[in-house]
Design a protein around this ligand. Structure first.
Ligand SMILES: Nc1ncnc2c1ncn2[C@@H]1O[C@H](COP(=O)(O)OP(=O)(O)OP(=O)(O)O)[C@@H](O)[C@H]1O
Ligand SMILES: [Mg+2]
Length: 350
């Protein structure tokens, strides 16, 4: 029984997912949770804040012993996925096969699957109380949750079954009679050698099926109990994506815990009148900030009218938060409370 909790931070591109993942992780670590933040492609300064050794293996922050960080590298993660689910010899062959390289970079859900597979490994390791996963930019974050099923379908799908037979092929594998004519044509056009490599790739990929299918089920079980933060800004685009996520919530996920409106302008700025003797440029400036704050508030109000979900605003900060202190300070206490992350006595440190 794994007691590690999983927080998934999702949302449109550029809204602050990586920043908020790091910030939530830092807050939780300070509250005594052994926390791992799994980021995807963090900006340089944020990566530095999480540790200069940031790589696929968790590294511990020298200033915060409860905080670990790892960075998903989609290409590297695929190597780990192959090694996890295939025999060592097969994994080596897969990694070296150009079709594997092409399939893993072209398959739309590939980055999401690799991130989810890695996150599941960290959750199951039992080394952490909390794993916070930053999701790769994708269509409103939905893809992250559908990736395991898509991946199972890819390696166990009909095409592959048709070509490699319904049972796991042995080394002396022969294509099924039905597939042979098509393959013979391809053979004459592409050459036997190429076809052999395609066949080898398909057979090798097929052997990962049991492992991938079991892993996908584990991931989906984790999704069902995960805390989900949907990050947006108070702008039509990201808000629309958050709405799509709520409306087309993948069945494998539980209800999102909260929608976070990041980089919000304060509502106190609405209607602020400038003194009569104010410099006209400054007055115009104040006026436009007031209008913008009002526009944002109206969008949030309209969003709330349609969606019954907790929402939390995080203000736009003058300086983008990149250090442990500023990241920690950007997360309001009630966001941690909404996620049920409260002070706990620190367990054995790393
Ligand atoms: N509350 C905030 N105030 C000011 N700047 C912020 C705030 N939150 C995030 N930022 C800045 O916004 C930019 C985008 O943030 P971030 O990289 O976390 O977004 P993302 O959703 O992970 O993007 P991507 O989809 O590209 O991965 C960064 O420069 C970050 O420092
Ligand atoms: Mg990011």
């Amino acid at each position: 029984m794994v007691n590690t909790r999983l927080v998934v931070v999702t949302g449109a591109g550029g809204v602050g997912k990586t920043t908020i993942s790091a910030a939530v992780g830092i807050r939780a670590a300070k509250m005594g949770w052994r926390t791992l933040v799994v980021t995807v492609d963090p900006a340089r300064r944020l990566a530095d804040a999480l540790g200069t050794q940031l790589g696929p293996k968790p590294s511990i922050d020298p200033n915060e012993p409860n905080l670990g960080a790892a960075m998903i590298d989609a290409a590297g993660s695929w190597r780990i996925v192959a090694q996890r689910h295939a025999d060592p010899e097969v994994a080596d062959r897969l990694i070296a096969n150009e079709f594997f390289v092409a399939a893993t970079s072209q398959f739309p859900a590939s980055q999401s699957y690799a991130a989810a597979d890695e996150a599941a490994g960290f959750v199951q390791s039992g080394e952490w109380d909390l794993v916070v996963v930053d999701t790769p930019p994708s269509a409103g974050g939905i893809e992250f949750f559908t990736a395991p099923a898509q991946m199972t379908d890819l390696v166990g799908g009909r095409l592959l079954r048709f070509l490699t037979g319904s049972r796991l092929p042995g080394r002396n594998f022969f294509f099924r009679a039905a597939a042979r004519p098509a393959l013979r044509i391809a053979d004459s056009i592409l050459g036997a050698h190429l076809l052999e490599r395609v066949a080898q790739f398909l057979m090798d990929l097929r052997t990962t099926y049991d492992g991938v299918a079991a892993r996908a089920q584990t991931i989906e079980r984790l999704f069902a109990t995960a805390t989900i933060l949907v990050v947006a800004t108070s702008d039509a685009g990201p808000m629309g994506e958050a709405a799509r996520f709520l409306e087309h919530l993948p069945s494998v996920a539980g209800e999102p815990t909260a929608v976070v409106f990041n980089r919000s302008l304060p509502e106190e700025w609405i209607g602020v009148a400038s003194p009569t003797d104010t410099d006209p440029t400054l007055a115009a400036n104040l006026d436009s900030w007031s209008t913008e704050s009002e526009r944002q508030r109206d969008l949030r109000t309209a969003f709330l009218r349609h969606h019954r979900v907790d929402t939390i605003s995080i203000p736009l900060l003058g300086t983008p938060p990149t250090g442990l202190t500023s990241l920690s300070a950007m997360i309001p206490d009630h966001l941690m409370a909404t996620m049920n992350i409260d002070d706990r006595p620190s367990k054995a440190q790393h």
